[in-house]
Design a binder for this molecule. Structure first.
Ligand code: ATP
Length: 238
């Protein structure tokens, strides 16, 4: 569902992303870890077609993002760290609006079913987004992905700033999408959540993918050690 072939992005003399080769298949959750400036957001922006690559290519559902920018967007849902929703519209109105943009017209009762599936409490359906916590806004983001029937979900630090319960709920929602076959790529600093939800984990540094793991094959302490070693924080590794 997601493939990058030697995907590279340079800004002047700075290589933000260096020959990235990555694959995320249907029903997989790939978590990208890496320090600030490692190239995680650049990867997501390239997959979204927001920026052109310097070389290499990115594919969504077998379509080259550069050549089929509009077509690839119909398969994608994107949840950044701070999801932009209309603060003065309710959850239902936002979902109606954004699913409409994606070409899906849902009845009010169907919109409610989707919000419920995304884990939003019913009492909040008709409340303005301006009254929502970050966790509730993220649920509306998941509802938009569900309404759009997205095949690919791109997440940029979606759990940062969420309390442990909200972060746990978010992880469960990702598992639900996974069971529907959605391919998810999530950039995160949250090793614990990555280990909880991921099927695959990659560690980036200086624009390069340094290590990859099948999540089930590595424990959380092993993952932390691998991360710290990759970052060359050797003195901190017990
Ligand atoms: P963070 O965890 O802080 O979000 P990241 O892993 O997402 O970091 P990127 O935002 O992808 O890192 O940045 C990778 C590199 O590319 C950094 O050196 C950054 O300064 C550089 N970079 C990103 N966007 C631009 C830009 N528009 N112009 C110039 N350099 C950029």
């Amino acid at each position: 569902m997601i493939i990058t072939n030697n995907l590279t992005k340079q800004y002047g003399g700075n290589t933000a992303l260096d020959h990235l080769n990555l694959e995320v298949k249907e029903g997989e959750i790939y978590c990208l870890l890496g320090a600030n400036g490692a190239g995680k957001t650049t990867t997501i922006n390239l997959l979204l077609g927001f920026i052109p690559p310097s070389s290499g290519s990115a594919f969504i559902n077998q379509l080259d993002v550069q050549e089929n920018s509009k077509a690839t967007k119909q398969f994608l849902a994107y949840i950044p760290e701070n999801l932009m929703l209309y603060p003065n519209l309710t959850a239902l109105e936002n979902l109606d609006y954004f699913s409409g943009i994606a070409g899906k017209t849902l009845s009010k009762s169907d919109l409610k079913i989707v919000l419920e599936e995304a884990g939003l409490e019913q009492e909040a359906f008709e409340n303005r987004i301006s009254t929502f916590s970050k966790g509730m806004r993220q649920k509306v983001g998941i509802a938009i992905a569900l309404a759009k029937d997205a095949k690919v979900l791109l997440l940029d630090e979606p759990t940062s700033g969420l309390d442990p319960k909200a972060s746990n709920e978010f992880g469960l929602l990702l598992q639900k999408l996974r069971s529907k076959g959605v391919a998810t790529l999530m950039a995160t600093h949250d090793l614990f959540r990555a280990k909880e939800v991921a099927t695959h984990i990659g560690i980036m540094k200086d624009g390069q993918l340094k290590q990859q793991f099948v999540a089930d094959a590595i424990s959380l302490p092993e993952l932390e050690k691998a991360y710290l070693n990759t970052m060359e924080y050797k003195e901190l590794v017990p």
